[in-house]
Design a protein around this ligand. Structure first.
Ligand code: G3I
Length: 370
């Protein structure tokens, strides 16, 4: 059902420019307004619970797919992890194994092994695949440097990389993060090997090449700190309009959603998602996690639950938000502690794959929208 009677509930805590979020769906006053996800009693009887109790089942019928990044080493070695990926999600994103350094470790030598395994796993489990990612400044092969190649050669290499990778997975990848993290926080273009060698048109080229290789795949821009209205998301908004005016096949705007409760939660997410939605663009939350300074306590857990939920509610409140993906669902394999000293507990399940309040909050929000 997604819209209508639950709009006011979903909009709790989401600031919207000009009007209330519920105004998008007139007459949708909700008896649940003010209820908080996680407060089971306020939601009792609001919707029949799904039979298997998973996120995947809860999301069914909402129009929003629920996904996770997948750690391929864990998928191979950890049975409970593998079972949870299959049970809980209906899309999967390779956390690392479709990145350029993995798929082409030596020039012209491809290794699709791990990525193919994920695609096969997804097929077995009736899941769609979000491909991640085609042009980025990070996790490129060590041989791919400006010292080794001229700008013309780099352009040819990028073209071949995108045609070959998207071509390899043609018909098997639902959506691609084509261009990842191309702007700085202030909205200026990020200084990367691609910008330096090829100039700003490398983004349009990347989308054109991806579309040429798989005309049916949805093609996304993707970044972090672009969830709310700010200089970075303004830059994306301008870029999308410019690309579309030039006929470039850009279909989606991805917001990674790496939040940290100590910095506060973004308060203009719905306004931001709505403006991209109004362009007719798909939107997606692509890498959601909500980290905290350890140790966790009740207040931090509550803030985390709200962080996960505010992104989901924004997604459910617009027409073209197609998926909500967490960047790993268990703390057992989260990237966060390895990168942010003293921080963690960023995913919806603990290291023993036990659901946290954030998990229950997401499930209940999906159920309300279904
Ligand atoms: O595979 C090697 C292993 O052979 C080696 O022993 C080990 C030693 O450090 O490194 C392993 O590679 C690591 C790889 O993850 C696989 O675990 C890399 O060092 C490590 O840098 C890499 O980190 C990934 C990171 O992207 C790289 O920037 C994280 O797992 C991954 O979660 C993270 O994902 C990014 C998204 O792609 C884009 N958005 C931000 C997000 C979080 O940083």
């Amino acid at each position: 059902m997604r819209f209508g009677r639950i709009a006011a509930f979903l909009a709790v805590g989401l600031a919207v420019a000009g009007s209330t979020p519920a105004s998008a769906h007139p007459g949708s006053a909700s008896p649940l307004a003010g209820a908080q996800p996680g407060s089971a009693s306020s939601l009792a009887g609001a919707h029949p619970r799904s039979d298997d109790g998973s996120l995947r089942a809860a999301a069914r019928g909402t129009g929003v797919r629920v996904g996770t990044a997948v750690d391929m080493a864990a998928l191979a070695a950890d049975d409970p992890y593998r079972a949870a990926v299959a049970r809980e999600f209906d899309t999967v994103t390779p956390e690392n194994v479709m990145k350029w350094e993995v798929v082409e470790p030596q020039p012209g030598v491809y290794d699709w092994t791990a990525a193919d395994q994920l695609v096969a796993f997804a097929r077995e489990n009736h899941q769609l695949v979000r491909g991640h990612t085609l042009v980025w400044h990070s996790q490129n092969p060590s041989w791919l440097t400006e010292a080794n190649y001229t700008p013309a050669q780099l352009r040819a290499l990028l073209r071949k990389h995108i045609l070959d990778e998207v071509g390899h997975f043609k018909g098997k990848v639902w959506a691609w993060d084509v261009a990842n993290e191309v702007f700085n926080e202030d909205g200026t273009p990020r200084d990367t090997i691609w910008l330096r060698a090829l100039g700003p048109n490398y983004i349009a080229d990347a989308f054109r090449w991806a579309h040429q290789a798989d005309p049916k795949a949805l093609l996304f821009l993707n970044d972090y700190n672009n969830e709310g209205v700010n200089a970075k998301s303004d830059a994306y908004f301008a870029l999308v309009k410019q690309l579309r005016a030039a006929g470039v096949p850009v279909h989606g705007y991805g917001m990674q959603g790496h939040l940290a409760i100590q910095y506060g939660l973004p308060d203009t997410v719905l306004t931001n998602v709505q403006r991209f939605d109004k362009l007719g663009l798909r939107t997606a939350f692509t890498e959601v996690d909500v980290r905290m300074l350890l140790p966790a306590d009740a207040a931090k857990v509550q803030a985390q639950t709200e962080g996960f939920n505010l992104l989901l509610r924004a997604c459910l409140l617009v027409r073209h938000c197609v998926s909500y993906t967490v960047w790993g669902f268990t703390d057992k394999y989260s990237w966060v502690p390895g990168v942010f000293d003293g921080q963690g507990s960023a995913t919806p399940m603990d290291e023993n794959l036990q659901p946290k309040p954030a998990y229950e909050g997401l499930r209940e929000t999906f159920l309300l929208a279904g």
